[in-house]
Ligand binder design. Structure first.
Ligand code: ADP
Length: 695
């Protein structure tokens, strides 16, 4: 044990030393306390308080020993014994030797301390390693102060650095992990203060940096970035620090003659010290990504341009094909209406069927292209549901009869009849499903049924089903048949004909009508195609009242027509179509004057009056839209209204609207059926019909 007088000396030394050592554990403070101890010992000033003695002896923080020049530890406090793993009895037995307990590589140190103590009375505090009694190394900060030069005795102060070493180890490991992370990235990471001074810089390699790392640390962002970029960077930096939110910017910069793109992110760094306001800047080169984006944008534009070109091509081809089809179908119709031998009628019948199916394919392809370009709009109008279903069935009746099939319609009583919707498109879907039913059934029946699915004041959802007793479809083909050009069995095409477009178009049409289409079927079990569609209720009944319609639809012959008596101006440039229309119209009792362009039509109208005009849209010199506009302009002064019906081979979206908004009253797409043309004339002819003066 230390003697009372020794403790008296140590207390003031240690009280000063402890505060310093605990504050910062720095070598300087320990040296200061050593020097202070020397002075205090010399002056032998303050009396020792008993409590302090105990505190020092029992201190857990500062370990102390009194050692002599021979290397023996004469005294040590409890903290010192614990630090080196010795018991007091071992100390008293002389087993603790401060020189030999030092790590072997520090064997030179005692002589060095000896010199320093002799010269100044204190040693320079030094980080050393002692060997613990169990053999492990203990890092300590050791400072010594001579107690009694005559006795060659000194007191040693030891601060255990084990915890600090662990902390340093952890820090080092964490830094290594951080470095490995940064090394795996191509990013540049910079910590900067709020004024843009670079505090630290990390990058996988100096090559990524605008200048070597060592030259960047301590620099301000203004010196590193070009003129134009400093302001936006500083704005982002202060916004990140002010708001605590990450800020981001993308910019381009010319480097060695190449334009390069960078993504810049400022992340605010929250440290415990409010005075330390810093942010982490992460710079990532995104030139490659920008190139890919640019390529994608160009590819998208090219695809869009190709799509537009495809639509235009389809519109043009449709026009080009429809114009001669009009001539073919019109002529065939006229011929079939004339007296013929049985042979001639059969041949013409075959030609007419082929022309009709060619037109069907053309319409399907056009419909599909419109649906795919999302350019197919519905034309909602009031219609009779029962009439629409019955007329679709009627159209298929003769084919069903040929195959000896029963074709039935069953519409539930609760289904309202007067609806608002696109009856033409609904009819197209029903026709496709009934047509398929008849096509793929050899024996039995095809039945159409309609039930009410949901009813609100604004909407009526109907559930349609077309069931047949035909060949059926394998379950794995159910999804496939709704895809364009797909057929359940490729080999069937020969046997049954068809393009594989019908169901694709029908299911898309049904989707546009707010519903969906699905099938239940198994081979040899028949098929049931279902679809739903939403309509609006019509204010009044447009047809005969509802009621259970469970009748086999009857084939309806051509409506009986009264002979026509109209003076018609036909503006049409194609000589074949001129002749066809002229023959049809004259055969039905009308008088026709032909004009070959819009300008000729206007000249003809100057010369005399007509009941109605049939106006082709695409004509040389002046097209049908321009001619119509000129007629309507003139009529603004006279207050008259001459009915004009468009005759056009254009069947793309917007054609009908273009005609109507140019002031036309009706629209017939070529090639037209004779009945279609006559119906349109009847619908638009002036009533009552006054004879027009003929020059
Ligand atoms: P298409 O009939 O012109 O080939 P669809 O799209 O209407 O084209 O039909 C696609 C395919 O679905 C048909 O080729 C046929 O394989 C199958 N399919 C359609 N309806 C039926 C049906 N009622 N019974 C059996 N198979 C059918």
């Amino acid at each position: 044990m230390l003697s009372t007088s020794q403790y008296e000396l140590l207390v003031p030394i240690m009280s000063a030393a402890m505060s310093q050592v605990l504050l910062c554990l720095s070598a300087v403070s320990l040296a200061a306390c050593g020097a202070l101890s020397w002075l205090l010992w010399r002056r032998n000033t303050k009396p020792l308080c008993a409590g302090m003695q105990v505190m020092l002896a029992k201190s857990d923080v500062i370990a102390m020993f009194v050692g002599d020049g021979q290397g023996a530890v004469r005294e040590a406090n409890d903290a010192c014994l614990r630090l080196f793993g010795y018991s007091r009895s071992e100390l008293e037995a002389g087993k603790m030797r401060w020189k030999t307990m030092l790590a072997p590589e520090l064997a030179y140190l005692p002589a060095q301390f000896h010199q320093q103590l002799a010269a100044t009375g204190v040693s320079v505090p030094t980080e050393v390693e002692y060997i613990h009694a169990d053999g492990h190394r203990v890092p300590v900060l050791l400072g010594m102060a001579a107690l009694d030069p005559s006795e060659d005795v000194a007191v040693g102060f030891l601060v255990d650095l084990t915890e600090r070493r662990h902390t340093e180890e952890r820090l080092r490991a964490s830094e290594q992990r951080l470095r490995a992370l940064v090394d795996s990235l191509d990013d540049i990471v910079v910590e900067m203060d709020e004024r843009g001074n670079f505090l630290d810089v990390w990058a996988r390699s100096d090559d990524l940096l605008p200048r070597p790392k060592a030259d960047m640390i301590g620099q301000n962002i203004c010196l590193i970035l070009g003129e134009g970029l400093v302001a936006p960077y500083l704005d982002l930096l202060s916004a990140a620090i002010r708001t605590g939110q990450t800020q981001e910017l993308e910019h381009s910069k010319e480097v060695d003659g190449h334009l390069r793109w960078f993504q810049v992110r400022f992340h605010p760094i929250r440290s415990g010290d409010p005075a330390r306001r810093t942010a982490c800047l992460v710079v990532r080169e995104i030139t490659a990504r920008k190139h890919v984006e640019e390529e994608l944008r160009k590819a998208k534009e090219a695809a869009e341009a190709a799509n537009v070109a495809k639509s235009e091509f389809l519109a043009n081809m449709s026009h080009e094909i429809r114009t001669p089809m009009n001539g073919i179908l019109g002529t065939l119709g006229l011929l079939l209406d004339s007296p013929l031998s049985a042979d001639q009628r059969e041949c013409l019948g075959i030609a007419k069927t082929s022309a009709d199916s060619l037109l069907g394919i053309l319409s399907d392809i056009l419909d599909l292209s419109k649906v795919e370009a999302r350019k197919l709009d519905l034309n909602p109008e009031e219609f009779s549901l029962r009439e629409t279903v019955a007329s679709a069935a009627r159209l298929m009746m003769s084919r069903a009869r040929e195959k000896d099939l029963k074709l039935a319609c069953c519409i539930e009583d609760t289904v309202p009849d007067a609806l608002i919707g696109d009856a033409m498109r609904l009819g197209q879907v029903l026709l496709n499903l009934i047509g398929n039913g008849v096509k793929f059934t050899h024996r039995g029946e095809v039945e159409v049924s309609v039930a009410l699915q949901a009813h609100t004041p604004e909407s009526i959802e109907l559930h349609f089903a077309v069931r047949d007793t035909g060949i059926g479809i394998e379950p794995e083909k159910h999804a496939l048949i709704f895809k364009a050009f797909a057929q359940a069995d490729g080999s069937m095409t020969r046997r049954f004909g068809g393009t594989g477009l019908g169901l694709t178009i029908s299911s898309r049409l049904v989707e546009i009508m707010g519903g969906r289409m699905w099938v239940e079927s198994a081979p040899s079990q028949g098929s049931e195609f279902h679809f739903t569609a939403i309509f609006a209720p019509a204010s009044q009944n447009v047809a005969a009242a509802g009621g259970k319609t469970a009748a086999t639809a009857a084939v309806n012959g051509a409506p009986h027509r009264r002979p026509g008596n109209l003076d018609i101006l036909l503006a049409e440039d194609n000589p074949v179509n001129q002749r066809v229309a002229l023959r049809i119209l004259e055969r039905h009792g009308h008088r026709v004057t032909v004009a070959s362009s819009g300008r000729e039509a206007l000249e003809e109208l100057e010369r005399r009056a007509f009941h109605i005009v049939l106006m082709d849209v695409q004509m040389p010199e002046m097209n049908g839209l321009e001619a119509t506009a000129a007629i309507r302009r003139k009529e603004r002064m006279t207050g008259e209204h001459l009915p004009i019906i468009a005759l056009t081979a254009g069947a793309m979206e917007g054609d009908r609207e273009k005609c109507l908004s140019a002031g036309m009253d009706g629209y017939i797409a070529k090639p037209f059926q004779i009945d279609e043309l006559l119906d349109a004339l009847e619908a638009h002819a002036p009533k009552p019909l006054r004879p027009v003066p003929v020059p």
